[in-house]
Design a protein around this ligand. Structure first.
Ligand code: SF4
Length: 408
């Protein structure tokens, strides 16, 4: 079998305390974990379990669900049962706001079925009730042996923390600007809550932190600062990233910088799906971000040139899409049967200018004929020209060559 290249060596990772979520380790030197979140009504166990299974099959290693009402809390153990019956073992995380203490206390089976609780220090409670309600959730986490993500978000900042910082800032000889005050409020909110959780008895290896904002530069600044101030495992994500290319670009820009600096132990790409579109798109983007950066491998990467005036027919684009789709469809089986298949590289190129050269760098590459070139498509395997395809069946023949290579 030919040697399959490993991703390029990525930079050193920030050391963090590892947190076990069921059987998935986050931080502590573990591979960066991909997670996602459902958008179904959690009170509906059938549709929620179905979407969790879809996300898990797409590659989400953790899935978060909203738990916002007593009926949603009651549905959680039924969702877990359905997943177990489907053979889907992905850990599910409960996302709590405002009433998490009541829901966890009122539904012990929910507290047990969840693999982790996410709480927001900005809305866990207000005034005198805040500490009591926060303590109640932490005590439930200790009782059921569950980790907790303390997730601050600038859309729901702890207003008492902001007020305190504004007062402090007014006394500074070099006052911060408004965005710095917000960043500091987010970080202190997360760190103070983590310290309080530890005071209450929650172990350090049960705590993950996040401080999410929706601006790229602000997110980078927040996490750089947060990472210097504690060694908790970090969940990275640009909140409210948006739809389509805007959301993908903004998330990749922000997370790419942080990941390159070694920050982040688990990531979520928060994309707003088009109406009717599958939720799994955000999982694929997260995987592709990690893989193109050489941080993890999930599926063979398909290199394709953009095409230009030398490729006036659509055949080249169709072949690139066919190969990409085929690889994604086959991966659930290939991953089980063929060790290391996720590290394969493929190339689909549009003409002789860069086609043969790029194809030779891939495990398998094809260089289609551009305008005016002889109607033949050389195929390269592990850097050597192996055969030439011609005629109307180039796509199916190339896919067969790929299948054969993977299986031998
Ligand atoms: Fe155009 Fe050929 Fe370059 Fe593809 S490889 S972009 S078809 S010149």
């Amino acid at each position: 079998q030919s040697p399959r290249p490993r991703p390029a060596e990525a930079g050193a990772r920030r050391p963090s305390v590892g947190v076990l979520i069921d059987n998935v380790l986050v931080g502590g030197g573990a591979p960066i974990v991909v997670q996602s979140m459902t958008n179904t009504d959690t009170e509906d166990p059938a549709s929620t379990a179905k979407q969790i299974a879809e996300l898990a099959r797409a590659g989400s290693e953790l899935v978060r669900i909203t738990v916002n009402t007593p009926a949603a809390a009651a549905a959680v153990p039924r969702i877990r049962e359905r997943l177990d019956m489907m053979g889907v073992s992905v850990p599910i995380i409960g996302d709590f706001h405002y009433n998490g203490h009541q829901l966890l206390e009122g539904e012990p089976a929910c507290a047990e079925a969840l693999a982790k609780y996410r709480i927001n220090p900005g809305n866990v409670g207000f005034g005198k009730k805040k500490d009591t309600q926060f303590a109640s959730i932490i005590e439930m986490a200790i009782r059921y042996g569950k980790p907790v993500r303390i997730g601050a978000n600038w859309g729901s900042l702890d207003q008492s923390m902001v007020a305190t910082l504004m007062d402090e800032n007014a006394l500074r000889s070099d006052p911060w600007d408004a965005s710095h005050v917000v960043r500091e409020a987010l970080i202190r909110s997360a760190l103070d809550s983590a310290a309080r959780a530890e005071d209450l008895g929650l172990a350090r290896d049960r705590i993950i932190l996040s401080c999410k904002v929706s601006g790229v530069q602000e997110l980078i600044a927040v996490y750089r600062d947060l990472a210097l101030r504690a060694d908790y495992a970090l969940h990275l994500g640009l909140t409210e990233a948006g739809m389509g290319s805007k959301g993908i670009t903004a998330s990749s820009a922000a997370l790419g910088v942080l990941l390159q600096e070694g920050l982040g132990d688990t990531i979520r790409i928060s994309l707003t799906p088009e109406p009717g579109q599958s939720r799994t798109g955000e999982v694929i983007v997260a995987q592709e971000l990690l893989q193109t950066m050489g941080l993890r491998s999930f599926t063979p990467l398909v290199t394709a040139c953009p095409g230009c005036g030398r490729t006036t027919s659509e055949f080249f684009q169709v072949l690139a899409k066919t190969v990409q789709s085929h690889v994604r469809e086959q991966m659930p089986v290939w991953r089980v049967k063929y060790d290391g298949v996720e590290n394969l590289t493929l190339a689909v190129m549009g003409c002789v200018v860069n086609g043969p050269g790029e194809s030779k760098h891939a495990n398998i590459g094809i260089s289609l004929p551009g305008n005016g070139e002889a109607p033949s498509a050389p195929v390269f395997i592990d850097g050597q020209k192996a055969m030439t395809l011609r005629g109307d069946n180039i796509a199916s023949e190339f896919v067969s060559i790929l299948d054969n290579y993977v299986s031998t």
